[in-house]
Design a protein around this ligand. Sequence first.
Ligand SMILES: NC(=O)c1ccc[n+]([C@@H]2O[C@H](COP(=O)([O-])OP(=O)(O)OC[C@H]3O[C@@H](n4cnc5c(N)ncnc54)[C@H](OP(=O)(O)O)[C@@H]3O)[C@@H](O)[C@H]2O)c1
Length: 432
Amino acid sequence: MNIAVVGLSHKTAPVEVREKLSIPEADIKEAIAHLCSYPNIREVAILSTCNRLEIYIVTGETDSGVREAIQFLSERGQLNVHKLRQHLFILLQEDAVMHLMRVSAGLDSLVLGEGQILAQVKNTHKLGQQHNGVGRILNRLLKQAITAGKRVRTETSIGTGAVSISSAAVELAQIKVQDLAPYRIAILGAGKMSKLLVQHLLSKGARQITILNRTLRRAEELAKNFPDADLKLHLISDMMTVIGNSDIVFTSTSSTEPILNRSKLEAVLNPNGSMMLIDIAVPRNVDSDVNTLTNVHSFNVDDLKAVVAQNQESRRQMAMEAEGLLEEEVEAFDVWWRSLETVPTISCLRDKIETIREQELEKALSRLGSEFAEKHQEVIEALTRGIVNKILHDPMVQLRAQQDIEARRQAMETLRLLFNLETETRSGEQYS
Ligand SMILES: NC(=O)c1ccc[n+]([C@@H]2O[C@H](COP(=O)([O-])OP(=O)(O)OC[C@H]3O[C@@H](n4cnc5c(N)ncnc54)[C@H](OP(=O)(O)O)[C@@H]3O)[C@@H](O)[C@H]2O)c1
């Protein structure tokens, strides 16, 4: 079995491409089922965030498995394979393992060290299990990556400063206007990112904030986190009235279609005024046709790269600390992975010894007579099992713990020879 990841991220694809391929949570079940229906894909986990779509697979035939994952992406994004390939990265085995560890730790994020990605990796694990995409290997890999993400955040200072896409978006607004206090600010959406937007806006001095959401309840819940702030709450149906009276608009809903476009804005914009739009959603909430409006300054997640580049330098040192720690987690996964090779030999040896035990027990019991057998069968059975388990214990532990590949293979070969075992050793069989 082999691990591979096929994906695209803010490093390889612009938001226009990422949004075509993003998979909302409601579609994950179907996507996993589709990927699992390909002949060479045994396990699947899908990580879909605003900055990346990554498909982790376990496959017996790497080339074919990867080709199948690309075909899936091409069909889903309605992009031809040639066009898609220029935005894709493909990583195999140790590189795929290390990549997931880095992603989980926030080292591959647009905002280095941001915390949201760890929750997203946990969600990938949960959904992968729930929809039967994640099997033994990806289960272990995702757990190890989550451990790595947690360790990096608790054992290094990378997560300090509460960085996120939202904080970068607020920073961008502040760079443009300096003092946020006099500006009327609207936020579309009341989810996790909107909450962070409010938090950072308030900490940067914003005073006039309106939140618009499909459901008022969620907006009220968000507002409860900021009891001292005078937040205005509206239903999204009031959107155009509120936006017409706003100077800065942040959009961060999970809508899969644009919510704002040129014609809607034209209807409410003051011809003598100007507006700043910062869209942190993927798929984007703001149609690109707003770029043709001269009095609207529109930004999307990719425009945040310039802002975060300034922060990046100071975080790079912390990221280096984290890399060492990730090496340990990759090594831990690798030890487990290599131990899988021993599984067929161990189970074959166990089966053989168990057959011998049962046969010899039966013979002994029949010689002892039915009266004795009925009375003492349990004790004799436990005795034989105990002897077998004790004898097998040390060789099994030693075999699994053997780190040197050649030494381990030699030990397995010796076991197979001495016990006359018939096992398959091809990599494709190693985790049955
Ligand atoms: N989470 C992250 O780390 C992260 C980072 C960067 C960017 N983003 C992007 O930011 C956006 C929001 O993410 P989130 O994590 O804050 O999501 P979330 O916590 O799930 O909240 C989703 C928000 O979107 C609203 N919404 C969903 N579908 C909608 C529709 N069709 N029309 C209008 N509103 C709709 C929801 O309204 P209700 O309350 O009425 O359901 C809710 O306010 C997404 O595009 C995401 O890709 C997320």
